[in-house]
Design a protein around this ligand. Structure first.
Ligand code: B12
Length: 296
């Protein structure tokens, strides 16, 4: 089977999968806005990691024992094999389209209606994209699971790291070489921080993507030279300081203050907030100064 541009699955499975994800984002009706014209998501970035990447074991310490390794979620889904197959992880970044980012940039207290719709309907699209990738791999004879679509996935408050879950899309994207964390905890990629993330674990062998960044905070100006705290200034909840991100304050604001009190005005169940993701130097790119340093 070939994609429209003639990429053969057997010859180049990484390119084939990347192309399939790009095409789904471009063509799926679920990525068309419910109100007005346009889309939620622009062209995605796609990366790959080995299921045996030592980072996944390290996440047991960095996040908590509860965080699945690829092997754990795969075995829970498909049963334990005596000799486990080598696994791969596919991760993608969905950048908000310019119009949605622009609408949120203008706000200083609550998210724009468009942003709230992207949080609600755009994540529904992300769920469909995870299913699409699972189906595609099954059609090719491989097993695949999107941890966030699995009944085994849960979110909760851990005593040590606060709000967390059994599969972190951002830590997975970091293992796939797609970006790094910022002062706000936001994940900063070559397409910026105004993004959402998704992933799938499979027994299809895939070549891991290069890891371009020297450490897990390398794309954030604050951690490079303390020159920026724009996300902290933007946060209407006072949840971001030089000590980092107060997840309880952030959650209280985006779920309670915006999510329940203002919900009727948005007409969607989940609104998000995302002011820290827009009108900041890392909104749509890795800040220029950091990019230049990578080129040297
Ligand atoms: C729980 C949750 C929340 C909680 C807590 C967020 C958090 N920091 O974990 C609350 C309710 C506060 C929240 C808020 C928002 N969320 Co939220 N949330 C999640 C969810 C469901 C789980 C996150 C999780 O498991 N985290 C695990 C914990 C441990 O991660 P952490 O504390 O950030 O990790 C830190 C340490 O591990 C540290 N670290 C220390 N040492 C090391 C070493 C290494 C090697 C590494 C890699 C890291 C590391 O790095 C991190 C940063 O400090 C994910 C979906 C998913 N399954 O991933 C979405 C997700 C994180 N949320 C997302 C978004 C968009 C938001 C909002 C902007 C709301 C909105 N949509 O408008 C806000 C603000 C987010 C922010 N500033 O982080 C996106 C992230 C987009 C981005 N650019 O980062 C995600 C990935 C959803 C998605 N599918 O795209 N969210």
């Amino acid at each position: 089977m070939k994609t429209k541009k003639g990429i053969r699955f057997a010859k180049n499975p990484e390119k084939f999968i990347e192309r399939a994800i790009v095409q789904f984002v471009q063509k799926s009706p679920a990525n068309r806005r419910k109100e007005g014209r346009g889309k939620y998501w622009d062209r995605p970035l796609v990366g790959f990691a080995s299921g045996e990447d030592p980072l996944f074991k390290a996440y047991k310490k960095i996040i908590g024992k509860f965080h699945f390794t690829p092997q754990e979620i795969f075995s829970l889904t498909f049963g334990k094999k005596r000799k486990p197959h080598p696994l791969s992880v596919i991760s993608w970044i969905l950048p908000h389209v310019e119009e949605i980012r622009r609408s949120n940039r203008k706000e200083d207290q609550y998210p724009s209606r468009l942003w709230a719709h992207a949080r609600n309907f755009g994540e529904q699209f992300n769920v469909k994209l995870r299913e699409h990738v699972e189906r595609l791999l099954k059609k090719k004879g491989y097993q695949a699971v999107a941890p966030m679509n699995s009944p085994h996935w849960k979110r909760f408050r851990s005593p040590r790291v606060g709000w967390a879950s059994k599969w972190s899309e951002r830590h997975t994207a970091y293992a796939c070489g797609l970006g790094t964390f910022g002062l706000s905890d936001g994940f900063i990629t070559p397409k910026g921080k105004a993004i959402r993330v998704g992933s799938v674990v499979t027994n299809l062998p895939l070549k891991p993507s290069a890891k371009k960044y020297p450490h897990h905070r390398a794309n954030c100006l604050y951690y490079v030279d303390r020159s920026c705290q724009a996300c902290a200034t933007r946060c209407p909840a006072g949840a971001i300081t030089t000590k980092g991100h107060d997840k309880d304050k952030c959650r209280e604001y985006s779920y309670h203050t915006v999510g329940s009190l203002k919900r009727p005005e948005y007409g969607v169940k989940i609104t998000g907030c995302g002011l820290c993701q827009t009108d900041v130097p890392c909104e749509y790119e890795i800040p220029g100064r950091i990019q230049k340093a990578y080129r040297r």
